[in-house]
Design a protein around this ligand. Structure first.
Ligand SMILES: [Zn+2]
Ligand SMILES: [Zn+2]
Length: 365
């Protein structure tokens, strides 16, 4: 994909306003925060019937590799209720304690979309991003006229009609049929986007993950995420599910664009989820050489924005004085926020638990 054009540009991380905590609070007020209680817990608000969980509350010797789950990083309104501490079985078979964390599913600090432009004359504001695992593209209308060049097959021109309009999925039934792997030919040549009102019950489902209360990296890779299988990597601090790689081979084989919004998210029949980070969920300030955290991985460690020049382990993790052990996301065009985690995970935590009433479904990617 080296045949660059002006629409073939890498996306720069979006810093700025999305990262300001004060703004999160303001925006969260209109985003379904039901009772105004704190959206985070600390030791003092843990349930009383879990006294044994308070050991981590006591002063201990600092351990450079011991992690802590910092629930205070979640934006106001991002959590559904307060996380609970429950017994869990970890991936090494041991019994431990895990936080059960449910997020609202849609980001509380930014809007979803737009995804697909509808005309070749549309500007950048009408569309989101396209990420194919090798590069990222700003999706204005003209991008759709370049797909044949980008993918070396002029049949991609079928996405654009003679009048300049772009084929965009525009109803719930087509969405159900087009936004998944193995679609039939009648749904080929579409820019695929979803709407929350097309989801079951007309609502975004919540997403629940379990993470160890006391996360710790092991000396080996503990969980490797399959590519194209829509695994659950964690949740963002703004309240969305963080998904693994989108199934690019299936998407491109059907001549579809499973459009992402500017925050790297899109909607499939399972709901909104994000496949990468462009800064929309970043929290707080990062010291020199570091980047801001934006998500909690399923092993309980924090995921920070991509960073250059750091020495990272096989799973993009490293340990610093300020943050302890944590990961750095791959850049968004790689279609793999993380490829693995080194810490133990709760049984089933990576199994695509989407929360809510809806069982996991095949993904569009
Ligand atoms: Zn770091
Ligand atoms: Zn997806």
């Amino acid at each position: 994909m080296s045949n660059t054009s002006r629409h073939h540009s890498r996306v720069s991380p979006i810093g700025g306003g999305f990262t300001i905590l004060a703004a999160l609070g303001l925006l969260a007020a209109g985003c379904g925060s039901d009772d105004g209680t704190r959206s985070s817990v600390d030791a003092s608000t843990e349930p009383d019937d879990h006294d044994e969980a308070h050991h981590h509350d006591e002063p201990t010797e600092p351990d450079a590799t011991a992690g802590t789950v910092d629930l205070s990083l979640f934006a106001d309104g991002a959590l559904v209720g307060e996380p609970t501490i429950d017994e869990c079985t970890l991936s090494d078979g041991s019994t431990s304690e895990c936080y059960t964390i449910t997020v609202v599913g849609t980001p509380v600090n930014h809007d979803i979309g737009p995804f697909c432009p509808t005309s070749v004359t549309d500007g950048e504001d009408a569309g989101g991003l396209w990420l194919d695992g090798e590069d990222s593209y700003v999706m204005d209308g003209e991008f759709f006229t370049e797909l044949g060049d980008i993918y070396g097959d002029e049949v991609w021109g079928n996405l654009v009609n003679d009048d300049g309009s772009i084929n965009v999925i525009d109803n719930a039934e087509d969405f159900e049929n087009a936004a998944r792997a193995g679609i039939t030919e009648e749904y080929y040549y579409n820019c695929v986007e979803g709407r929350v009102e097309w989801l079951e019950g007309g609502e975004q489902p919540t997403a629940t993950i379990q993470v160890p209360v006391n996360p710790a990296p092991t000396n080996a890779v503990a969980v490797e995420f399959p590519t194209g299988a829509h695994s659950t990597l964690g949740v963002t601090f703004s309240g969305s599910l963080l998904a693994g790689s989108a199934d690019m081979s299936a998407i491109l084989a059907a001549y579809t664009i499973a459009a992402f919004d500017d925050c790297g998210g899109h909607i499939n029949p399972g709901g909104y989820h994000i496949h990468g980070t462009t800064g929309c969920s970043d929290v707080g300030e990062a010291p020199e050489g570091e980047t801001a955290p934006f998500a909690l991985a399923i092993d309980g460690h924090t995921v920070h924005a991509p960073a250059e020049g750091l020495e990272l382990d096989e799973c993009n993790g490293h340990t610093t004085d300020e943050f302890g052990y944590h990961y750095h996301a791959n850049t968004i065009e790689q279609n793999a926020t993380l490829t693995c985690v080194t810490g133990l995970t709760a049984e089933g935590a990576a199994g695509g638990n989407r929360g809510g009433e809806r069982p996991p479904r095949p993904d569009d990617g």
